[in-house]
Design a protein around this ligand. Structure first.
Ligand code: SF4
Ligand code: ZN
Length: 320
């Protein structure tokens, strides 16, 4: 027999939240995830009255859960929520997730807009991988650079001023460790969750799930019958991120709550580093305030004379 829920003291529990020792029934568990996301949004003033929020939805669990949470909580009655999806052009992988997103959005009554790398940049990820001049230019760095731009353009095309992404607590700690081990201290400051406006349309990027464990996001998706793509991208780098993910999960098994403690410490470090940063060296895509400059090719915000999208395109197009 399962234990009774520690919150409602009524229903049988389906989950033991190891780090707090709580047993939770399905209803209380789902509510607790939504509550945590709402608390993060309000703590960092992520969404303000009148904002139109574009949720970057890939078809993976995090982004679909984020869309569902926002629809169930802050946006149950109003239409200022839209799902934006980038089609990178990865045959056999992206097609399935596009269907998942389209069907899920129509089931919850949210508009879904899609833009492809081919229509925006003239080449798909499959093509980019074929023509990249060296393996030193990693698949995920090409894809990430293009995807950030595509999301900005998609959000602008919907009249949205906020882009919400599904990064979770595990992602946040891994990113910190990657920056730490790369010696990139300044970037640690950029991860502090205070949204900053950038671009001509004053976009803000927010991460409402950043205080929720990845494991709980999977569980939320399963108990809400949210279908998600679990197949991995064929171009995924076996990056240091996967190694940190494994180590952190092992540590959490032995010391429940260690990820949460790490998260709290990282926030304090990020805040200190951010306040000590020199603004003009910061990066547009992280949404950090800086002296505004424009790319001399595409005329979008850039911290250099030529932006990273135009530089990457130049490298790839030369080879086609
Ligand atoms: Fe793009 Fe890398 Fe993600 Fe594949 S794994 S979709 S290449 S960022
Ligand atoms: Zn440019």
């Amino acid at each position: 027999m399962s234990k009774e829920c520690s919150k409602c003291k009524k229903n049988p529990s389906i989950y033991l939240r190891q780090y707090s020792g709580e047993f939770l029934c399905k209803k209380c568990f789902l509510k607790s995830v939504e509550y945590k996301a709402k608390r993060t949004i309000s703590k960092y003033s992520m969404i303000k009255h009148g904002d139109t929020v574009a949720v970057a939805v890939s078809g993976g669990k995090d982004s679909l859960v984020l869309l569902n949470v926002l629809k169930n909580t802050l946006f149950s009655q109003n239409p200022e929520l839209v799902a934006i999806t980038v089609d990178e052009g990865i045959k056999g992988y992206r097609d399935e997730s596009l269907d998942i997103v389209r069907n899920f959005c129509s089931s919850i009554g949210v508009e879904n807009r899609v833009m492809s790398f081919s229509e925006l940049f003239g080449l798909s990820m499959d093509k980019a991988m074929e023509v990249r001049p060296s393996e030193k230019i990693s698949s995920c760095s090409i894809c990430g650079t293009f995807r950030r731009r595509a999301l900005d353009l998609l959000a602008e095309s919907c009249g949205a001023n906020v882009i919400a992404t599904g990064h979770n607590l595990d992602d946040y700690i891994q990113t910190f460790l990657i920056n730490l081990f790369a010696g990139d201290v300044e970037r640690i400051g950029w991860t502090y969750p205070e949204p900053v406006e950038y671009g001509v349309t004053n976009l803000r990027k927010i991460k409402p799930l950043m205080e929720i464990y990845e494991r709980e996001i999977v569980l939320y998706a399963i108990h809400n019958n949210i279908p998600f793509q679990s197949e991995e991208c064929p171009y995924k780098d076996e990056s240091i991120r996967s190694a940190f993910r494994g180590h952190l999960n092992n540590l959490e098994k032995i010391h429940p709550g260690i990820k949460y403690n790490a998260y709290s410490s990282i926030l304090k470090i990020a805040k200190k580093v951010k306040s000590a940063n020199v603004p003009s060296t910061s990066n547009v895509n992280e949404g950090v305030q800086q002296e505004r400059r424009r790319c001399t090719i595409c005329n979008r915000d850039s911290s250099n004379r030529i932006c990273s999208v135009c530089r990457t395109l130049d490298l790839l197009v030369k080879e086609t």
